[in-house]
Design a protein around this ligand. Sequence first.
Ligand SMILES: [Zn+2]
Length: 262
Amino acid sequence: MKNEKQKTIKKPQLTEKQPLWEDDWLAKASEPGLPVLRFSPSAWAKLLYFRDRSNDEIGGFGVTDPDDLLLVREFVTVEQEVTCVSVTFDDAAVADYFDRQVDLGRRPEQFARIWCHTHPDMSPAPSVTDEETFNRVFGTCQWAVMFILARDNRTYARLSFHVGPGGHVLIPVGVDYRCAFTASDHEAWETEFAAHIHPAECFLTGRDDIQAAVEREGMDLAVSYDFLEEFQCLDPAERQLVLDELAGRPELWDPESEVMLL
Ligand SMILES: [Zn+2]
C-alpha cells in the first residue's frame, strides 16, 4: 500500500502569470470532497470483458465528455504487446488513436489523460513498471489518472497533477448508472481484442525468473510455486513468520473451504 503522503492533496499553486487552462476544473473539483473517477456502465462492461478475456494485463484510454473529465464514457484500446506483468502500446497505434480522436473534435484532456489497465491477478497496486510508464508518458501533462482494475474487481485510481509543485491523490472509483449508456457489443469488443491485443512470450517460467520479476516489478505474486515443499523445509520460527504473513493476507484464502488459492 502507499504511504500517507500519497493521500495528501497538494493543490496546484497557480500564479497570475500562469494561464488558467481548461484543466482549472481540477482546483475546483478537489473542494470540498474528493473527485471520483466514474465509468459509464458500457465502458465498465467493456473493461471487464477485456480483463476477463486474457491472462495478461490489458491497457487502454478512458474517453470522457468535455464537461465531465472524470466520467469515462468509453474504454478504448490500441495495438499493444502484453504479458502478465506489462503492457506496451505501439507508438504508431497511439498516434493513430490521437488523430482519430482529434478528428472527432475531442481535446486531449478528453482522451489522453486517463490511463486504464487491468491486472490479471488480485492486486490493483501499481508495479514499478506502471510507475515508470505513467511518469514517462503522462508526467508532462497538467494532470492524469492512473487507473488499475484487478481480477477481483478491486481498483486503484490516482489523480496526479503537475502544475505548481504538483501532487497526487488516491480517488474513489464508481460506475455511474445515472448517465445514458449503450448496450454491450461482444462482437465488436472481440474484434477489437483480436486486432489490438498481442501477447508476448512471458519468460517467467522458473522460480528464479519469478523472484527476479517480483524484485524488478515490485509485484505481489502471492504464493510462489513449490511453496509447500519449501515450507516444509523451514525451521519452526521461519514457518511461523510465513504463517503470520499469510494471516495478514486474507485474499489468499477461500473463506468457504479454507483452502489456499494458489
Ligand atoms: Zn500494472
